[in-house]
Design a protein around this ligand. Structure first.
Ligand code: NAI
Ligand code: MG
Length: 365
């Protein structure tokens, strides 16, 4: 049977960028004979409007069954005053939690045509292509005890960094698997010099590494890693790190490459019966209410998220390359959505014009 894909466009620019992905999915069906069983549903504010909940149980059940979920973005000012329990982002959090998506993949890839857009010097970032794997479901954001307590005559804010061996093992395995599909080079980052969880992290990652003898494994303290990422990021290929360090390092790495409108992500869980990992793909950006409904949104982050789905859920690495090359070619032609414009007076293209340009490159590929 055909691979299945659940599409959740969400709110704001979500539906606008997803419309361009739908055209690309259709292209793969007609031009490459790769037909997906696509179903579409609601998440976030739009789901709340219809069902009174940001993620209906039926949608959750569907997400558990399909080969991959592709999400646009959720949220918007209309929903800011809602009760915490029904806020749009709760829909997304429920998906991540119930699908148990413990490995968050954030590529930092610099297309040559956009190298000037980076906050760093062009030669430092041109051709950059690295991947940060962040543990997403444990660590200091979730560890107990937590809270603000009274101690003596003042208050104390408490969070606990906590990692079990199995939590480290599974995210390490995801990272090694990824390294095997890429350049067989993995750097693990923690603070084993000052943190017990860091010592355990290093031990477990080293142990898992014995199952992947072809992968060149190195270790780095996360603070030194931050320095190296800005000094010479091309020394890295895959980086694996915990939830807190991964949060910061992946945001840092994102800015090596420019606009929020360009950044895809994947969140992967355990393998399903068919061997594919549970998977949710989504752009890093949010619903961008300031530009929603104006045809200004850059669809590339969402399109590259679909490319990640091709590579990591559907084993179509060559087709993912084809799509990424089409994006690169359009950028090399000078086509820019408004978020990618520098000072000079280049005329921006609209969301759908960008989609059309990418489809033309696919046709020519
Ligand atoms: P945002 O990512 O939506 O927007 C930040 C800035 O980047 C805005 O100026 C926006 O116009 C621009 N931008 C973002 N994506 C773009 C794209 N594809 N093309 C062109 N420009 C783009 O973050 P913000 O403004 O903090 O949040 C807006 C709403 O989105 C909030 O309700 C927030 O809760 C939600 N949000 C949702 C996320 C998700 O669904 N995963 C992630 C982050 C925020
Ligand atoms: Mg962050």
């Amino acid at each position: 049977s055909n691979p299945s894909l659940l599409i959740l466009p969400g709110d704001g620019i979500g539906p606008e960028v997803m419309a361009e992905v739908r055209r690309i999915i259709d292209w793969y069906g007609t031009a490459r004979g790769m037909v997906f069983d696509v179903s579409e549903d609601l998440v976030g504010g739009c789901a709340y409007d219809k069902h009174g909940t940001p993620l209906h149980d039926d949608t959750m059940a569907k997400a558990q069954e399909v080969d991959a979920v592709l999400l646009g973005a959720v949220g918007g000012p209309k929903y800011d005053a809602l009760d915490f329990s029904v806020k749009p982002e709760r829909g997304l959090l429920r998906l991540r939690k119930e699908m148990d998506l413990f490995a968050n993949l954030r590529p930092a890839q610099c297309f040559d045509a956009l190298a000037d857009f980076s906050s760093l010097k062009k030669d430092v970032v041109a051709g950059l292509d690295i991947m940060i794997v962040r543990e997403l479901t444990s660590g200091i954001y979730f560890g107990e005890p937590r809270g603000i307590i009274e101690e003596g005559n003042e208050r104390v804010g408490i969070n606990t960094q906590r990692y079990t061996e199995s939590e480290i093992d599974r995210v390490a395995r995801s990272a090694f698997e990824l390294a095997m599909k890429r350049n067989k080079k993995l750097c693990s980052m923690e603070k084993a010099n000052v943190m017990e969880s860091g010592i355990l992290w290093r031990e477990v990652v080293t142990e898992v590494g014995k199952d992947y003898p072809e992968v060149e494994l190195s270790h780095m303290y996360a603070d030194a890693g931050a320095m190296q990422l800005t000094r010479w990021p091309k020394q890295f290929d895959v980086i694996v790190t915990d939830n807190l360090f991964g949060d910061m390092l992946s945001d840092l790495a994102a800015m090596l490459t420019g606009s929020l409108g360009m950044l895809p992500s994947a969140s992967l869980g355990a393998p399903m019966a068919n061997g594919r990992p549970k998977a949710l793909y989504e752009p890093v950006h949010g619903s961008a209410p300031d530009i929603a409904g104006q045809g200004k949104a850059n669809p590339i982050a969402c399109i590259l998220s679909f490319a990640m789905a091709l590579r990591y859920s559907f084993d179509q690495g060559a087709e993912a390359d084809r799509l990424e090359k089409a994006v690169e070619a359009v950028l090399a032609d000078g086509k820019r959505t408004a978020d990618l414009l520098g000072e000079e007076g280049v005329q921006p293209v609209t969301t759908s014009e960008m989609g059309t340009a990418i489809l033309e490159k696919l046709d020519a590929s």
